[in-house]
Design a protein around this ligand. Structure first.
Ligand code: AMP
Length: 150
């Protein structure tokens, strides 16, 4: 996965929404780089996926709840990454981050690539696992079969 976050350019901290496999892994790696991270999940057990060295803040709450986002001090963060396992939730919290709280960079996971245009309209960057996987597999197969006539 290649989420392009430049530490030097970030004002404030990174807010990650969803502490699943992707969110926790990103939170661990940003925290290891000494970046300030806050991570939200509605299920407190999800934070077990964070490493022992994780130095950020955790907050139990719903990603679409404005009070939860305020409690996470979303207005002070430079980047929001929406990686719950639900496209509707991600689009809603990404829109709130962009439109209501004026966060500079908002990145969202999107399972359904056909909905990408909705995000583009709001200036939200998207990461689509199925598209990335297809491109990667295509690349592997192209290399493996280079010069071979099928
Ligand atoms: P994964 O599918 O492993 O990337 O996990 C997704 C994470 O998103 C899980 O830990 C869920 O508890 C979390 N999640 C799903 N919906 C919400 C929501 N509305 N607010 C906060 N966290 C959520």
């Amino acid at each position: 996965m290649n989420i392009n976050i430049n530490r030097k350019k970030i004002k404030g901290f990174v807010l990650i929404i969803g502490c699943g496999r992707l969110g926790a892994s990103l939170a661990n790696s940003l925290s290891d780089k000494d970046m300030e991270v806050t991570i939200i999940d509605r299920n407190k057990d999800a934070f077990r996926k964070l490493s022992e060295s994780f130095g950020g803040l955790t907050l139990v709450g719903d990603a679409t709840d404005i009070d939860t986002l305020k409690e996470a001090q979303i207005s002070d963060c430079g980047v929001v990454v929406c990686v719950t396992n639900n496209d509707n939730t991600n689009v809603m919290s990404a829109q709130l981050a962009k439109e209501l709280f004026h966060v500079e960079q908002v990145i969202s996971r999107l399972y359904d690539p056909q909905r990408e245009c909705v995000y583009k309209e709001y200036g939200i960057e998207t990461i689509c696992p199925s598209v990335l996987s297809a491109q990667k597999i295509d690349g592997i197969l192209s290399n493996a079969y280079e010069g071979v006539s099928l």
